[in-house]
Design a protein around this ligand. Structure first.
Ligand code: NAD
Ligand code: MG
Length: 389
């Protein structure tokens, strides 16, 4: 039986992962499930899957979790230290699906004990790509992309020589506001931004899809994951979200990955890699689909895309600066402290203030260095947001 842990089990990716695991209960032994405030869901899944331990990130909810798990035989724990401890428990395959930079350390700890890490948490690669790759290599675990675009690129590259790759095209749905007049964005609410035309995802990534900060993170993730030169990475708006990414080779061939917008494909691919197994995803009827459309990804509408290029150019720890500033700006938008278009301005301002973190020797970066820069960027972002600068 394969030992499985799921970090961020109560979220959108976590629940899709559980959907797949629960279909083959005899194939897996669940070690750890973690969540946040949704104790009922966490306890229900931990009981159902007979997990060894359930952890809530919220220390104040330990008693609630203990009560919910009474007489179940599942261990209950709470807080950041418990989360990290759970990641050190031996497992064969670990899903990293916490949202934000908070997912970095548990994923790293899982890699350190030699697990294969299925990486939905794109922030890990944006903040500390070289550290993730180095840790996986050192301990023999595989790093498997779960972001649909990166799973698509990964699959298109199987059996190929990276030196024959000419370009990588990452598609973007365009999110909730792709057809809005630019001047209306000032009035956009968090609720409007959190409605995705195609994908059903967590609130934060859905708003990041509307601003294209999600795509910006994914461009950096592509660079880090596959070592692709930033000049070879393109974005195109593809409203139907059926083609997830394309890889172009030096003979002109473009290999596209096509499938319905259902994360269980990418999760299942990472779960069964290197095999392919039957997955419960819809089979596309191309005739019914009729046509697929594409539009340019306008950097005036989505300045996050330009910022991502600047971050890739700057290198060093600027990915961690970018992500932390974005997380703070997003939190402020959700709290209605700033307007939707203001998020990009705040991130740009923080990138300028912390530009000295560019160009470090990235091979030598450590978790402490990333944590320090993350902290500095959050402080700077809050200073800009509250206008104290
Ligand atoms: P979500 O908001 O639905 O779930 C997030 C999970 O993380 C929950 O279990 C929550 O309790 C937990 N969590 C949140 N903050 C935490 C903290 N500080 N410490 C510990 N746990 C915490 O998010 P999601 O949509 O499932 O996305 C998870 C990750 O996967 C993100 O990095 C996202 O970018 C990535 N991703 C998601 C999708 C998708 O379809 N949802 C697709 C590609 C990539
Ligand atoms: Mg994606």
């Amino acid at each position: 039986m394969r030992r499985i842990s799921i970090f961020g089990a109560t979220g959108s990716i976590g629940q899709n992962t559980i959907d797949l695991i629960a279909r083959a209960p005899d194939a897996y032994r669940v070690v750890a499930l973690t969540g946040g405030q949704n104790i009922a869901q966490l306890a229900r899944d931990a009981r159902r899957l007979k997990a060894e331990i359930a952890v809530t990130a919220d220390e104040t909810l330990l008693d609630a979790l203990r009560d919910a798990l009474a007489d179940s035989g599942v261990e209950a724990a709470a807080g950041r230290a418990a989360l990290v401890e759970a990641a050190t428990r031996p497992a064969d395959w670990v899903m990293s699906a916490i949202v934000g930079a908070a997912g970095l350390e548990p994923g790293l700890r899982a890699l350190e004990q030699g697990a294969d890490l299925a990486l939905a948490n794109k922030e890990s690669m944006v903040c500390a790509g070289p550290l993730m790759l180095r840790t996986a290599r050192a301990h023999g675990g595989r790093l498997l992309p779960v972001d649909s675009e990166h799973s698509a690129v990964f699959q298109a590259l199987i059996g190929e020589d990276l030196s024959a790759v000419e370009r990588v095209i990452i598609t973007a749905s365009g999110g909730a506001f792709r057809d809005w007049p630019l001047e209306d964005l000032e009035k956009a609410t968090p609720e409007q931004a959190a409605t995705h035309p195609n994908w059903d995802m967590g609130q934060r990534i859905t708003i990041d899809s509307a601003s294209m900060f999600n795509k910006a993170l994914e461009l950096i993730e592509t660079r880090e994951f596959f070592g692709i030169d930033p000049a070879m990475i393109e974005t195109v708006v593809h409203p139907e979200s059926m083609i997830h990414a394309l890889v172009g080779f030096n003979d002109g061939a473009l290999m596209a990955h096509v499938g319905p917008p259902d994360m269980r494909h990418a999760i299942g691919f990472a779960l069964h890699y290197p095999d392919r197994q039957t997955l419960p995803v819809e089979r596309l009827d191309l005739v019914k689909l009729g046509q697929l459309t594409f539009r340019p990804a306008c950097e005036t509408r989505w300045p996050a895309l330009r910022l991502a290029r600047e971050v890739m150019q700057a290198g060093g720890l600027m990915g961690a600066v970018f992500n932390a500033a974005k997380e703070e700006a997003l939190t402020a938008f959700i709290a209605r402290q700033i307007t939707f278009p203001r998020m990009a301005g705040i991130v740009e301002d923080v990138l300028t203030r912390l530009s000295s973190h560019a160009g470090h020797n990235v091979d030598a970066i450590t978790l402490d260095m990333v944590a320090e820069v993350d902290h500095l960027a959050r402080v700077a972002a809050r200073t800009v947001i509250t206008g104290q600068a």
